[in-house]
Design a protein around this ligand. Sequence first.
Ligand SMILES: Cc1cc2nc3c(=O)[nH]c(=O)nc-3n(C[C@H](O)[C@H](O)[C@H](O)COP(=O)(O)OP(=O)(O)OC[C@H]3O[C@@H](n4cnc5c(N)ncnc54)[C@H](O)[C@@H]3O)c2cc1C
Length: 139
Amino acid sequence: MALSEDQVIIIGAGPYGLAAAAHLRAAKVDTRVLGSPLQFWKNNMPAGMFLRSNWDASHISDPEARLTLDRYHEAQGTASERPIPLDRFIDYGLWFQRQVAPDLDQRQVVQIGRILHTGLPLSLMSRPSSRHIQPITAI
Ligand SMILES: Cc1cc2nc3c(=O)[nH]c(=O)nc-3n(C[C@H](O)[C@H](O)[C@H](O)COP(=O)(O)OP(=O)(O)OC[C@H]3O[C@@H](n4cnc5c(N)ncnc54)[C@H](O)[C@@H]3O)c2cc1C
């Protein structure tokens, strides 16, 4: 994967990383997003949980409010559920990710360093499930 020092690199494709990508890309900033989408929500939330945040507080932000929960349900042809079930929010987050970062790179960042005058090197590896881990340093 080619990364350049002119890009904004977002590490982590959770709700805030995806929201940042939506705003940056709308502003025509060259942006890359790294990480598995909604990974924390998929792996660390109690199964069967309902969101505690209410509907209006649970949209992932995009600059023109084109990717709200309401728009998601319209696009999917599904009825809204309140409180929002965990699985539904994860599906919404994945839908949001496909709109704003279809080119998401799902590898994990394993190291960030600094090299004077030559930019920011990142070390990446394949997903943890992969048996063959191949570190890459992008400058
Ligand atoms: C039990 C529980 C219930 C909650 N309920 C609600 C709720 O109802 N409503 C609400 O708004 N909030 C809720 N929260 C809080 C919510 O989880 C966080 O506010 C939200 O996930 C923060 O989003 P984020 O994008 O900053 O971080 P995260 O969702 O944590 O996303 C960060 C992402 O970065 C990835 N990442 C980390 N390190 C690397 C790396 N080195 N390389 C690549 N990727 C990396 C992670 O895998 C993860 O996917 C709850 C939290 C918990 C624990």
